[in-house]
Design a protein around this ligand. Structure first.
Ligand SMILES: [Zn+2]
Length: 118
């Protein structure tokens, strides 16, 4: 985690969890808050909101969030697409489920997104 959670992040988190901001700040100050988990939740929530707004493509949103939170894009992909066990593969651009073969061939993208970028 390059960037620790700031006061603004905790405020948003307090809204998501329905926990008072002061309590979260207290937990964070005493090092009782798992920042990596909290950050994952913040990113996932913001990602869902931005996808709903539909202003940017999913791959663009992920890249922006990666920059904002100082994490890698693949880190975000892991919990957005639940790629943990590696059994399912999803297009890194549109989220469509793809085969392992397709994922390898197109470096993580579905055929449609790969053709769009050419
Ligand atoms: Zn795609």
């Amino acid at each position: 985690m390059k960037r620790p959670l700031g006061k603004d992040d905790l405020k948003i988190l307090s809204g998501i969890l329905g926990i008072e901001n002061d309590i979260l700040i207290g937990l964070s100050d005493k090092d009782l808050l798992k920042h990596s988990q909290a950050k994952a939740l913040l990113i996932k929530t913001e990602y869902d909101r931005l996808v709903q707004e539909g202003k940017n493509k999913k791959c663009r949103i992920m890249a922006d969030l990666a920059t904002k939170y100082g994490v890698s894009k693949s880190y975000i992909e892991i919990f957005i697409y639940n790629k943990v066990n590696g059994k399912s593969y999803y297009c890194s651009c549109c989220g469509r489920k793809i085969s392992l073969y397709q994922s390898k061939k197109n470096s993580g993208k579905c055929n449609i997104c790969t053709n769009k970028n050419d």
